[in-house]
Design a protein around this ligand. Structure first.
Ligand SMILES: Nc1nc2c(ncn2[C@@H]2O[C@H](COP(=O)(O)OP(=O)(O)O)[C@@H](O)[C@H]2O)c(=O)[nH]1
Ligand SMILES: [Mg+2]
Length: 387
């Protein structure tokens, strides 16, 4: 069989998370019309059955990433670091360009020898390692470390975010596909000039127009991906569709509700931490002819952190009305995700300037949270593991 990691890269709002969800057929990542919805890298796993005589079976691990944008806060730098981390382990990169927006690129350059994108299977491991190391690392500087000399990457050309994105992919040694997204929104003849501009910047291994919403181009995309993936075993069990723990997905669903229900800077200044996640006891076997049991109840308590008292006032709303709306919308989503009834308790806390706090931003990362939870021995057991 074949298997590999496929990083999904693009500017904010390019449709990365929507594509991930369409490919996995599950709601792995939250989606919104607001930029910078995704803050962590998120894996979505797709099993592809063999096509007799054409292709072997494959497991594709798609890795959704935060949109590439000029970092302002510590949180932004952390998000860019997530992009770099996704690029460290990848067999293929998909660059998504929203077909409805203009790209900002300087006079298109002819592709150079270095920027061509042929596969180099013959490259030695040492060479590949060297190439990987050339992907710049963004040191995470906390408040107070601003006197530190500006690292090299800080001088990276941010003339435009599109150019920065191209700068990133030129450093890669794996194939890169260009995906023009949201093609359901543009006339077909609109795509050719865009493709022309983009391909003059970089020699993509494939150019595939897609609409995640209409599922246009997705089968072709999967076929082309499997073609270039290396032979290998599964990275995840067959029935696992994401690497995120349930608890983190629940926090994301609450954050999605905040993105929908509030405007201005509130969603950007908000983050969600799950404080309590009590899974229901396993259902008792039913007696024959008994009335159907009510769904079990999951008890969840979460804190919404924001940065200022004004934002807290907006999140809570008059007489708590806004928080209730946020909670109700989130609870419905969480119920359908967990398949249980949910009791959801929300609190709002002001944590001034948390986006600039290294320790706070780091503590939000679920990979770090898991380590802490393991330390506290509050590990999440699957409900059937209890006797
Ligand atoms: N019409 C249309 N809208 C899309 C499509 N894919 C994404 N969108 C919309 O584009 C916006 C940004 O999508 P999202 O997946 O969050 O982008 P991301 O920031 O790149 O992850 C959302 O409002 C999506 O509903 C598509 O194929 N067609
Ligand atoms: Mg996203």
């Amino acid at each position: 069989m074949k298997s590999g990691f496929v990083a999904i890269l693009g500017r904010p709002n390019a449709g990365k998370s929507t594509l991930l969800n369409a490919l996995t057929g599950e709601k792995v990542a939250i989606v919104s019309a607001k930029p910078q919805t995704t803050r962590n890298r998120i894996a979505g796993v797709v099993e592809v059955p063999a096509r007799k005589g054409v292709q072997p079976a494959a497991q594709i691990v798609f890795v959704d990433t935060p949109g590439v944008h000029k970092p302002g806060s510590h949180l932004d730098r952390r998000m860019l670091q997530e992009v770099y981390e996704a690029l460290e382990t990848r067999d293929l990169v998909l660059v998504l360009m929203d077909a409805t927006r203009r790209v900002q690129l300087e006079a298109a350059a002819e592709p150079t020898e270095e920027s061509t994108n042929d596969c180099h299977p013959e490259r030695s491991a040492a060479e590949s390692k060297d190439l990987q190391l050339r992907v710049p690392q963004v040191p995470i500087l906390g408040p107070g470390s601003s006197e530190a000399p500006a690292p090299r990457h800080e001088r990276t050309n941010w003339a435009s975010e599109d150019e920065f994105l191209f700068g990133l992919i030129r450093k890669l040694d794996c194939p890169v596909f260009l995906l023009l997204t949201k093609i359901d929104l543009v006339p077909k003849d609109y795509l050719l000039p865009l493709i022309d501009t983009l391909t003059r910047q970089f020699k993509f291994a494939q150019i595939i127009p897609v609409s995640a919403r209409k599922r246009d181009g997705l089968d072709l995309l999967v076929r082309k991906i499997v073609e270039v993936l290396p032979t290998g075993e599964r990275y995840y069990p067959k029935d696992q569709y994401t690497d995120q723990p349930q608890r983190f997905m629940v926090a994301e669903l609450i954050r999605e509700s905040i993105l929908v229900e509030t405007g201005e800077e509130v969603p950007y200044a908000s983050t969600v931490v799950i404080e309590q996640f009590e899974e229901p006891a396993p259902a008792r076997p039913q007696k024959k002819g008994a009335a159907p049991a009510r769904l079990p109840l999951t008890r969840i308590a979460a804190t919404i952190y924001c940065e200022r008292a004004g934002q807290k006032a907006i999140l809570i709303g008059k007489g708590g009305a806004k928080l209730k709306e946020i909670g109700t919308a989130a609870r419905r989503q969480i119920e359908s995700f967990l398949g249980t009834r949910v009791y959801l308790e929300l609190h709002v806390i002001v944590e001034p300037n948390w986006r600039e706090s290294k320790s706070f931003v780091e503590s939000l990362d679920w990979r770090n949270q898991l380590e802490r939870l393991a330390g506290d021995q509050i590990t999440e057991k699957p409900s059937d593991a209890e006797e």
